[in-house]
Write a protein that binds this ligand. Structure first.
Ligand code: FAD
Length: 447
């Protein structure tokens, strides 16, 4: 038998993701413990995997699809992110999110919107309410003169793309957020805000009526078997001619895109539910979503609905090629979150954090996905470059089209991109990436 591709690493989660924890308990689907067959096996039940399964069901309703998820649905990055499904350029390595080329940004925005429309179609099909999927738009909040300049530069870039945006002054920012911390803001209306764990749970539960979903079923090996693949877990296996790898950075764990993917953690803390009196003290709207004017700054969301009125804060990026971080790192970044929270919300000194967690992003040096047929019958829908809510959806959709032989403009756009560029050897990349991120975070200052 030909050599198998053994998964060298399996996903781990550090800290309880607040979004999932504030939802009612959910019973996990059974783990795979038999041998069976399918037309397509999807590995990973995040944005990419679930979107791929739904798109296959649209193109080929009779196809037998099985989804294998290593952990609990919505416990991975897909259920522990900040929930911004962003349409516009969002280049984390830039000063103001703009990409280097206007033409590329315009075409990326076009395909991002196809993914958002597709997510909207799923949300409508499955009857998600606005507490799960809300086309609210977002604001790039600026706390300093430099942040304001970034917003003006980004607004000029958007104007060049013929994209509308609106500048808010300090008073408007206070009216929206309740805090006087922000001196200005740049509103763009195309971002959809998600309760990410509820969205992923909802997709999995509904798609699970057509496809078979197995949770707590980490794939440990892929073995070529004549015209098909044996997708193996510790207790069972599924044989299929086609496999979609929707595991983001873990594509490298299976030996694909070696030394081409950057595994970066980011960190979040979520407060306890506010009392009515704390809500009154804060003021502002019930729901708002801020990305920082400087990409290395602090994301803040105020949420309401199931789980109560809370504030989420996300900051810090660390490059960790081992794809694991410990609880002590989450605690250390958590202390930083507390300080960032206190600066922004001095009226809420009695509001403590309830949940803290870390989660993974996968970036490439040249800001392209790890996408396409990587070996006969194995299709990658990975490396979402920090915008995985949108781009994971997009790459899942497109991978499904590729697998089904369905041509589309989205697929063509993804197929035309370069492959992820090679990284310099370690420890050079580790040293350089972390030094650059620390410097950029220092430069972002109060943003
Ligand atoms: C704190 C935080 C905030 C973020 N905020 C945002 C945001 O606001 N907007 C945005 O666009 N992005 C955000 N991101 C990034 C976003 O969450 C990811 O880019 C996105 O989840 C990637 O989607 P995906 O489906 O490709 O991969 P994932 O969501 O990582 O899903 C891959 C799945 O594959 C599973 N898997 C891996 N290996 C195996 C295996 N061997 N067998 C079986 N299953 C396996 C994993 O368990 C996982 O569930 C944030 C991330 C974090 C951590």
């Amino acid at each position: 038998m030909p050599e198998a591709r053994i998964a060298k690493r399996l996903p781990t989660c550090t800290g309880a993701g607040g979004w999932n924890a504030i939802l009612p308990p959910r019973e996990a689907a059974a783990a795979l413990n038999t041998n069976s067959t399918a037309d397509v096996v999807v590995i990973g039940a995040g944005f990419a995997g679930l979107s791929a399964a739904f798109r296959i069901s649209q193109i080929d309703p009779g196809a037998k699809v099985a989804i294998l998820e290593a952990g609990h649905i919505a416990e991975g990055s897909a259920g522990r992110n900040s929930g911004f499904m962003i349409d516009l350029p969002h280049n984390l390595s830039s000063d103001d999110y703009a990409g280097a080329q206007m033409r590329r940004d315009i075409s990326q925005t076009r395909v991002n919107r196809k993914a958002i429309a597709f997510a909207g179609e799923m949300a409508a099909t499955f009857g998600f309410g606005t507490d799960i999927y809300h086309p609210d738009g977002k604001i790039n909040g600026a706390a300093t003169e430099k942040g304001h300049r970034h917003n003006l530069e980004y607004a000029a870039h958007l104007k060049g793309m013929d994209e509308p945006c609106e500048l808010f002054d300090a008073q408007s920012m206070r009216d929206i957020t309740g805090t006087g911390y922000y001196s200005s803001g740049l509103f763009t209306g195309g971002t959809v805000m998600l309760q990410p764990a509820a969205y992923i749970r909802g997709l999995a539960d509904k798609i699970g009526r057509q496809a078979r979903i197995y949770e707590h079923s980490p794939v440990c090996a892929l073995q070529r078997n004549s015209q098909s693949w044996l997708v193996k877990t510790a207790a069972g296996r599924i044989e299929a001619p086609k496999v979609i790898l929707a595991v983001n950075g873990h594509a490298e764990s299976f030996g694909y895109f070696k030394r081409r993917l950057m595994h970066v953690f980011t960190y979040a803390s979520m407060t306890r539910a506010m009392t009515e009196e704390q809500c009154r003290r804060l003021g502002g709207r019930e729901r708002w979503s801020l990305t920082p004017a400087d990409p290395m700054g602090v994301t803040v969301r105020r949420i309401s609905g199931h789980g109560g009125n809370r504030i989420l804060i996300r900051s810090r990026f660390t490059y960790d090629p081992g794809m694991e971080v410990g609880a002590s790192r989450v605690a250390a970044v958590g202390a930083r979150h507390d300080a960032q929270f206190a600066e922004r919300f001095p009226m809420l000194t009695d509001l403590a954090m309830e949940y803290r967690w870390a989660g993974l992003l996968c970036l490439s040096r040249n800001d392209v996905p790890a996408f396409g047929e990587v070996e006969n019958g194995i299709y990658a829908a990975c490396c979402q470059n920090g915008l995985g809510v949108t781009k994971g959806t997009l790459s899942g959709m497109a991978a499904a089209e590729l697998v089904c032989g369905h041509r589309s403009a989205t697929l063509e756009a993804l197929g035309a991109l370069d492959e992820p560029a090679r990284l310099p050897p370690e420890p050079l990349t580790w040293l350089a990436a972390n030094a650059i991120m620390r410097w950029k975070e220092w430069r972002a200052g109060r943003e």
